[in-house]
Design a protein around this ligand. Structure first.
Ligand code: HEC
Length: 402
């Protein structure tokens, strides 16, 4: 029995896809928001007069026209309050909706969205490597956090960064740059969500259960959670960068994608460190300028070749007919009203490329995806040659004949 046609209509799948993305953003904003807020809160706690000796301090703030005073306890309060608010569903839902998106965009279409031309992997094996990367990433990270190395944050940070670089490099060897970036981001996102699920929440649960049983709460479990929470805090900015950068091919599609990504991870974590220091009341003068300079320098690193600069400027601009032959071979298998490429049911993003006029009408997009960064054809599945790409570049640079 086959599904009714409206169920497989690309219109419906695109719509569901958009809804999944919207949901992911909403819960993600909730999660990042609480993460930022509680880190800010923690960094801004200042000692108060406290005869009970139980308070670590408190914070005054004003927001939305009201004054707030929040107190932080050194350990647990003497007595549990009637209502205790937990923060966990934002994390779980962000992760679940993120995995749903990975499934829709990458794993279910691994043959086109993940694997480069000539990959020895089958689409199923490619998707398996993607899932495996998230699992292994978590096991290695969690294992490291359970070694005595946690007492040496700098060593742990350096080793973590080296391992993450290794993972980034490895992923770019197996996947297209875009899929590699997304999987490294998802790997960090998975560490964040599972930190909440396996360490932070169970630790808090143990503290609360001990109190209900009238026992001394295991404060060290809370401390382990606080460390993971800090790690999560450092992951936030790089992970967010990966998620938005997927729409900017020049960022991931040019030189050494893994190294560019690791530079972003380092810069993002550095900026987060600056924010933490700032909240604690110490003002660092060099991190932000260095981060800004590094971002500026990266702009030059990721700059792709301009078509006119490729040394081929003297070569003839292809005629419209010559161009149409290139497009027919390299782009139209997917970008056609009725695509012939296996696994492509409808023209991706509604983009049909056939005539010179259709390319001209989409010239900025085509330039961004095929010239500024060579990310189209996806994974170079249709095996576009460098000469053809340069010819397309010259044709685009020559502009409209009128
Ligand atoms: C193997 C299939 C395949 C081939 C071949 C292919 N594309 Fe694509 N293209 C895609 C898919 C899939 C997307 C959508 C990616 C996404 O979800 O962001 C896409 C997206 C694009 C976009 C972005 C459209 C938008 O509105 O965001 C452009 C531009 C593009 N392709 C140009 C080209 C050009 C030019 C060629 C030939 C040189 C080409 N593609 C060859 C599959 C292909």
């Amino acid at each position: 029995m086959s599904l009714p046609s409206w169920m497989t209509d690309p219109w419906l799948t695109d719509w569901l896809h958009l809804l999944a993305r919207w949901f992911h953003l909403i819960v993600g904003a909730g999660w990042i928001g609480t993460s930022f807020y509680f880190n800010w809160l923690n960094n801004n706690v200042r000692p108060v007069d406290d005869p009970t000796g139980r308070l670590a301090g408190s914070v005054w703030s004003i927001h939305g026209g009201a004054f707030y005073q929040v107190s932080k306890y050194k350990g647990a309060p003497e007595k549990l309050p009637e209502t205790l608010h937990w923060f966990k569903y934002e994390a779980y839902l962000t992760w679940l909706s993120g995995v749903t998106l990975l499934l829709l965009v990458y794993w279910l279409q691994a043959g086109v969205m993940m694997l480069p031309a000539g990959s020895p992997l089958s689409p199923a094996a490619g998707a398996g490597v993607g899932v495996g990367a998230l699992v292994v990433g978590w096991l290695v990270y969690d294992g490291l956090c359970r070694t005595p190395l946690v007492k040496h944050p700098r060593a742990l940070g350096a080793l973590g960064l080296a391992l993450l670089s290794g993972a980034a490099w490895g992923l770019t060897q197996v996947f297209t740059a875009r899929a590699a970036w997304m999987h490294l981001g998802a790997m960090m996102g998975t560490m964040m969500a599972l930190n909440v699920f396996f360490v932070i929440i169970p630790g808090q649960r143990a503290m609360v259960d001990a109190m209900i049983a009238g026992k001394e709460p295991p404060v060290e479990r809370g401390k382990a959670g606080a460390l993971r929470s800090l790690h999560n805090n450092y992951f936030t900015l790089p992970v967010l960068f990966v998620m938005v950068s997927n729409h900017f091919p020049f960022a991931y599609g040019n030189v050494a994608p893994w190294a560019v990504l690791m530079a972003i991870v380092l810069i993002g974590a550095g900026v987060r460190y600056w924010l933490n220091l700032h909240d604690q009341g110490s003002y660092n003068t060099w991190i932000l300028p260095v981060a800004a300079l590094a971002m500026f320098a990266l702009a030059f690193v990721v700059h792709g070749p301009k078509p006119a600069e490729s040394g081929a400027a003297q070569l003839a601009v292809p005629t419209d007919t010559e161009l149409e032959a290139i497009i027919a071979n390299r782009c139209s298998p997917c970008h056609a009203e009725a695509p012939t490429w296996p696994g492509i049911a409808a023209p991706p993003k509604g983009l049909v490329l056939k005539t010179a006029a259709s390319v001209r009408a989409n010239k900025d997009k085509v330039y961004a995806q095929a010239i500024a960064a060579p990310v189209m054809p996806l994974g170079n599945l249709t095996q576009m040659t460098d000469a053809e790409r340069a010819a397309l570049g010259r044709w685009l640079a020559a502009g409209d004949p009128e």
